[in-house]
Design a protein around this ligand. Structure first.
Ligand code: PLP
Length: 458
């Protein structure tokens, strides 16, 4: 038991999220004190390379002064105002900017209107409400079910976690809710492809399974499909080749809306401004958060097409109001920080930067394939997953009771590297400002963490 009084007060008063509370109450955790570029420093002076950018989000690292200045300036000018029947300049400028940079893929109907919210969960939760609202408005009220994917993650509100394919977030919370949320297969090629199955054949099989689900439920009851371009909370899982092409053909056939969840992939992570551009996705709705403000302020956005906005307008004519809103949505300080973030991305050429760094990241992590623990290395841009297996030849997973992912995470932390373990898959999404030398450092520290874990397992 730590004796430091801050640690004692932490375990006494603060409830931690997505944490084994029993372990935490006994062992305590790391108390993070300050940031320095891609590094964070704890209260004991230990320095860690943050290979997850916090929670897949601090795209500009942990000490970007321009964002602090933007927040301070806005605080002096107009520290708060809502957006119910009112506007303020930062919210207008941000909405316009988001539409300017929104993905433009092929003949997709453009995303033309923006609803600002506070978190990724809120943006997706609002999207679910809007999708129901939309189908009521256009006279198809039976279209209500929403399809997510196993291991997909869209947030932690009652609705978004129901849509997420994360059973450990459902258990004993009496979730998932009702019969409006369905889950289709996970596109994890390494784990679920048959031996010898090509990526294209695997994608085809997944598309057929999606179609079978739609037909079994009744296409007239299915409103929308939600997908992350690369699944984050599922373990940094990139889709197999042709997957989104095949899936979109089916959605189009049955008039099902596509919401692309860009909460992690948006703003350069995959080597394009949007994951939708990397994978040729033509969304009807798009949600983004995290890197929108480099996570220096809580803010998210939901972008919709004219068709969806027109239906909302008609509802206001009919019902007298758009009955949805949060006190802090479109907060001026968060908008000002987001605008400054987008400015930095533009000035620093963040997308080109990711493209330039991607080969180094790929080479550094691929080199770890020789390690006895490493089965799979797969990713895109600056987003990778490394899967740990008991037998590389047969891809046999470890017994979950061994908690190998957690063991590797702990060993990495000891040598000054913060990663995330999703079961036995280790995720990497470093700040986009990372340098080539720091990528090398990250991969070197990871090898040391793997070696220590391997020694402990033998
Ligand atoms: N969508 C995706 C893809 C996410 O990864 C997350 C969070 O990690 C969310 C939604 C939820 O965002 P938030 O935690 O800001 O509510």
């Amino acid at each position: 038991m730590r004796t430091n009084s801050a640690h004692q007060r932490d375990t006494r008063y603060l409830i931690h999220q997505q944490t084994n509370l029993d372990d935490y109450a006994r062992d305590g955790g790391v108390l993070m004190a300050r940031g320095d570029g891609v590094y964070v420093i704890d209260d004991r002076g230990n320095r860690y390379l943050e290979a997850m950018a916090g929670m897949w989000c601090a795209s500009l690292g942990f000490s970007e002064k321009r964002l602090a200045d933007a927040a301070y300036k806005q605080m002096l000018e107009l520290p708060y105002y809502h957006t119910f029947n009112r506007a303020h300049m930062p919210s207008i400028d941000l909405a316009e900017k988001l539409i300017e940079i929104a993905p433009k893929v092929g003949d997709a109907e453009p995303l033309a209107h923006v609803l600002l919210q506070c978190s990724g969960s809120e943006a997706n939760d609002t999207a679910i409400k809007l999708i129901w609202y939309y189908f009521n408005a256009i006279g198809r009220p039976q279209k209500k079910k929403i399809i997510g994917r196993q291991r997909g993650y869209h947030g932690n509100t009652v609705a978004t976690v129901s849509l997420s394919g994360q059973p450990h977030m459902h258990r004993d919370f009496d979730l998932p809710l009702g019969d409006r949320f369905l889950h289709t297969e996970n596109p994890h090629y390494y784990r679920y492809a048959e031996p010898g199955e090509s990526e294209e054949a695997f994608a085809e099989r997944l598309a057929q399974q999606l179609e079978a689900l739609i037909l079994a439920e009744g296409p007239d009851t299915i409103a929308a499909f939600f997908a992350e371009p690369v699944q984050g909370g599922g373990g940094a899982i990139t889709p197999p080749a042709t997957y989104f092409e095949r899936v979109q053909a089916i959605l189009k056939k049955y008039e099902i809306l596509f919401l692309v969840d860009e909460v992690i992939c948006g703003f350069g992570r995959t080597g394009n401004m949007w994951g939708a551009e990397t994978y040729g996705i033509k969304p009807d709705l798009l949600t983004c958060a995290k890197a929108l403000s480099a996570s220096y302020q809580p803010i998210s956005a939901l972008l919709v097409t004219d068709a969806i906005y027109e239906a909302m307008l008609s509802q206001s004519r009919k019902l007298g109001t758009f009955g949805h809103g949060f006190t802090y949505a479109g907060h001026p300080v968060a908008c000002a920080v987001a605008l400054e973030t987008l400015k930095i991305y533009e000035e620093d050429g963040i997308v080109e930067r990711v493209r330039d760094l991607a080969p180094r990241m790929k080479a550094g992590l691929e080199a770890l394939r020789d390690h006895p623990l490493v089965g799979d290395v797969r990713g895109v841009g600056l987003m990778y997953g490394v899967e740990l297996v008991a037998d590389k030849r047969t891809r046999l997973p470890f017994d979950p009771k061994l908690k190998v992912g957690q063991l590797v995470l702990a060993e990495c932390q000891k040598v000054g590297l913060i990663v995330r373990a999703i079961e036995d898959r280790i995720a990497f999404t470093p700040p986009l400002i990372i340098t080539e030398a720091q990528i090398d450092e990250m991969c070197g520290l990871f090898r040391r963490g793997l070696d220590a874990a391997w020694a402990g397992l033998r």
